[in-house]
Ligand binder design. Structure first.
Ligand SMILES: *Cc1c(COP(=O)(O)O)cnc(C)c1O
Length: 357
């Protein structure tokens, strides 16, 4: 797709913030990608423009009925100074599936990757090089048509913004305290839980706020029907190690198919680990924790990669996962994935894509 580029004047470029001051998503780069969509005409007018507000009619459909999708992926500075993306094809394909679920126009994965690369190249000076830092990229589509009728919009805006992010763990991975949510649910069967769409997040905020007030860092979500089977933790996928068996809940419509989840599954296969995708009840987890069978629990997602879980609270019971310290496998997955992302190790899985190619 042809991309028209309008750059900021040299003197209008923002100063690059010190990585120590970065707050997730608060400091955006100088430019953004915009592509318009109109039914009948398709995607058109692809541009890189200075970062700035998006004009919306107050009746725009996205503001009322949440017709929206997004992605979150990262670019990493390599030892030779170049910049590479982690598995952009996976994020692009998930973006397309999310669009389909939300009755929105699909963007070709090649176009997604092309414009993400172009933005990263344009704002390359924003890709930090300190250990553990990266450029977080947020492609988004919103329904822009004015009108309050409940139906799919005829017009859309695709945009991509980016922000430098600091090391998630400044002092190494601290295992998190997690509380199991007994009442509300993140996604029900038949809903849109497997799509990355804004409507899935606001309903989780109340329980998360309460959890934080109670001294936990995240909520563990159970299935919406029986409140029995483990689904996700916060906005991450979840893994357990029972003895030598590594387990993660199977994707089934209510769970977001994480790229990090998939990367852990691929590594588990390459390392010949006993890895199972199966339903796990919260009772199995709590019992295994008490009996000592539960050796590790960890969350996976683009932001933190692998985040060990140290404590679980369910009903009135609070248990420590094994010693409460990060487990061996959590560390092994974290090290392997981040070593590949930062080019410290050969990319034998073919996960990295240089932005310059
Ligand atoms: C994005 C997301 C994940 C993690 O997916 P990654 O591709 O690994 O970043 C998991 N759960 C939810 C609800 C998410 O939004």
């Amino acid at each position: 797709m042809d991309l028209r580029v309008t750059l900021l004047e040299e003197q209008a470029l923002k100063p690059i913030p010190d990585v120590a001051t970065l707050e997730f998503g608060k400091q955006t780069t100088d430019h953004m990608v915009r592509i318009e969509y109109t039914t009948g005409q398709g995607w058109s007018d692809a541009q890189i423009v200075p970062y700035g507000p998006v004009d919306l009619d107050p009746s725009a459909l996205v503001l009322h009925y949440n017709q929206q999708i997004f992605e979150g992926l990262k670019a990493f500075r390599q030892p030779d100074g170049s910049v590479s993306l982690f598995r952009p094809d996976r994020y692009a394909n998930r973006f397309r599936r999310s669009a389909r679920r939300m009755a929105m126009p699909e963007l070709e994965p090649e176009t997604f990757i092309q414009v993400v690369k172009a933005l990263v190249q344009t704002d390359e000076r924003w890709v930090p090089s300190e250990p553990g830092t990266s450029l977080y990229i947020r492609p988004t589509v919103i329904a822009t048509e004015p009108g309050l009728g409940v139906r799919a919009s005829e017009t859309y805006l695709f945009y991509v913004i980016a922000c430098p992010v600091g090391a998630y763990y400044k002092e190494g991975a601290r295992p998190t305290r997690i509380t199991v949510e007994e009442d509300s649910a993140r996604a029900a069967a038949g809903g849109a839980g497997e799509a990355k769409t804004s409507g899935n997040y606001a309903p989780t905020l109340l329980a998360t706020q309460q959890a934080v007030e109670d001294g936990f860092s995240q909520v563990l979500w159970l299935d919406a029907k029986e409140h029995r089977y483990v689904e996700e933790v916060g906005t991450s996928n979840i893994f357990f190690r029972f003895g030598e068996e590594l387990v993660t809940p199977p994707l089934g419509g209510t769970i977001l198919p994480g790229v990090t989840r998939d990367s852990v599954l691929e590594l588990a296969e390459r390392w010949d680990l006993k890895m199972t995708e199966r339903r796990v009840s919260i009772h199995e987890v709590m019992d295994a924790c008490t009996s000592g069978l539960l050796k590790e629990a960890f969350a996976t997602g683009t932001a933190a990669v692998v985040s060990p879980i140290g404590e679980l609270s369910y009903k009135s019971e609070c248990v420590t996962v094994d010693s409460g310290e990060p487990g061996d496998l959590s560390c092994r997955f974290y090290d392997e994935i981040t070593d590949v992302q930062y080019g410290r190790k050969d990319d034998v899985m073919g996960w990295m894509v240089p932005v310059g190619e």
